[in-house]
Design a protein around this ligand. Structure first.
Ligand code: DX5
Ligand code: ZN
Length: 212
């Protein structure tokens, strides 16, 4: 299991990024919110760039915004693995997908808890990663929604046809419920407050990564 750490709920994000540099964590997860797609507003472009300049980890950017292109265009030549946009956007997703590919990053598509797995089918051949939200996007420190597991099982059936797909889950994950995610063949878990609310990041991350 790979771990992508969200610093959304950290009291001191710069210190958290630096602390994560000395751990085994796989990615730095940056949650970008515009106050429109979700109510919260977080990580203006200047702060994203600051975090990217501090981290030695590969970045995993989660765009919860109505106009992803405005952000993506500012993110060229960075140590970014994935840029993920939302399936629920009321616009043609292909120009956005193409722009992410043009910058040589991998493309993620995310679904909120009430969005079906079936709605992803037309895009599966053109994307690299699926981000299944296990809480309503907008805030950290929420409770993991158990119905997420049914979606993962459904996705695994689809994955037999699209074996290249990476599956990531985001929201409310800790050292207990991650066991169910490992069983459901999740590749990357996004974990925020369980790590950043703890003094010993290493201990938390090693526990999470060791889950079978
Ligand atoms: C929610 C964000 C998540 C969240 C994860 O909108 O996308 O990445 O910050 O934090 P925890 O682990 O605290 O739920
Ligand atoms: Zn996120």
């Amino acid at each position: 299991m790979q771990i992508s750490c969200s610093i959304l709920s950290s009291d001191n994000r710069e210190a958290s990024v630096q602390k994560l540099n000395n751990t085994n964590v796989d990615y730095l997860h940056i949650d970008v919110m515009d106050g429109k797609f979700v109510k919260n507003t977080q990580f203006p472009i200047s702060e994203i760039k600051k975090m990217l300049s501090l981290t030695t980890k590969k970045a995993d950017i989660h765009l919860m915004v109505e106009n992803p292109l405005a952000y993506i265009k500012e993110l060229r030549d960075q140590n970014i693995s994935y840029i993920t946009i939302h399936r629920e956007l009321d616009t043609d997703l292909y120009p956005i997908i193409d722009e992410i590919k043009k910058l040589n990053y991998q493309v993620g598509l995310s679904i909120k808890p009430d969005t079906s797995v079936a709605s992803l089918i037309p895009y599966l051949k053109d994307i690299d990663l699926i981000l299944v939200m296990s809480v309503e996007p907008g805030y950290g420190k929420q409770i993991f929604l158990p119905r997420t597991i049914n979606k993962l099982n459904e996705l695994n059936r689809l994955r037999t046809k699209y074996p290249h797909l990476i599956v990531e889950v985001d929201g409310g994950i800790n050292d207990t419920n991650i066991k169910k995610l490992a069983k459901a063949k999740v590749d990357i878990s996004v974990v925020g407050s369980y790590i950043t609310n703890n003094d010993d990041y290493d201990l938390c991350i090693n526990k999470l990564k060791g889950t079978k």
